[in-house]
Design a protein around this ligand. Structure first.
Ligand SMILES: N[C@@H](CC(=O)c1ccccc1NC=O)C(=O)O
Length: 256
């Protein structure tokens, strides 16, 4: 099925899924020091919600997981604010003009950092979207091992985005930032959260400025496999309707 969006044609039969599946196995990625997710049948006495156990007509699992620590998720500024803000109220549109870029974070001491210059250069090297405003940026980091889909990130000091890079993205009026790392900020940063704050334009987490970016989102722990080329895409960013700062999400790209 073909669709025309403004002057671009996309093929809906060729979705490019950049989410990581969530499982209860040791394959699942983990960040932030938690255990793996659990997916287990409900049990009432001798009734087990698992058809193969022979006691029920349906499979009926409880799922315990953490959106930030267990895979692809999309968050709003409620992730860092004293007051509650929900991703389900922040994200109300689901199709965006997006650009995929690839960068190799630079070494600074013991850290690997995505710099403003890298983002700027990668964006300007890419074919401009004619007469169309860029709404989302997707950052693939190098190296890009398949093992990222099951990486255990706790206490590994993963690469992160510099504050300047986040300011640059905000000033480019890009509303949605997607990245294949567990956070846009340093794992241990004493709660500074410089890139989160810069991207959302949050100046004081206890007293929000009116020009904070309430509808901007950050999607972390995506995986963009090597055969997907840098360039322009239509992004379909879908979440589950959780009233929470973050939800597991399913970003899908369509080549334009
Ligand atoms: N870097 C923060 C912690 C942090 O960023 C964080 C902690 C738990 C769950 C998610 C986190 N950040 C996600 O982007 C700190 O050191 O306080």
């Amino acid at each position: 099925m073909l669709a025309k969006i403004n002057n671009f044609e996309i093929d809906l039969s060729k979705p490019i899924d950049i989410s990581i599946p969530l499982t209860n196995t040791d394959e699942n990625p983990i960040a932030w020091y938690i255990e793996k997710p659990s997916i287990e049948p409900v049990i009432f006495g001798d009734w087990i919600g698992k058809v193969s156990e022979g006691k029920s007509s349906t499979n009926f699992n409880n799922i315990f997981f953490n959106p930030h620590g267990h895979g692809t998720h999309t968050e709003c500024l409620g992730h860092i604010t004293n007051d509650f803000y929900s991703i389900n109220q922040s994200l109300k549109q689901f199709f965006f003009f997006a650009k995929l870029i690839t960068v190799e974070p630079e070494k600074f001491g013991e850290d690997f950092v995505i710099t403003k210059e890298q983002v700027q250069k990668a964006l300007s090297a890419s074919t401009p979207l004619s007469m169309t405003k860029l709404e989302a940026i997707i950052i693939r980091t190098l190296p890009n091992q398949l093992e990222k889909k099951s990486r255990k990130y706790s206490n590994t000091n993963p690469p992160y985005l510099s504050e300047d890079a986040a300011i640059f993205i905000r000033e480019s009026e890009i509303q949605h930032l997607l990245i294949d790392l567990p956070s846009v900020d340093r794992e241990h940063d004493e709660g500074k959260l410089l890139a989160h704050k810069a991207f959302w334009n949050v100046k004081d987490t206890h007293n929000l400025n009116p020009d904070a970016r309430f509808n901007a989102t950050i999607t972390e722990m995506i995986y963009v496999s090597d055969e997907i080329e840098d360039g322009n895409y239509i992004l379909n960013l879908q979440i589950a309707s959780f009233e929470n700062d973050a939800s597991p999400s399913k970003p899908i790209l369509y080549k334009i």
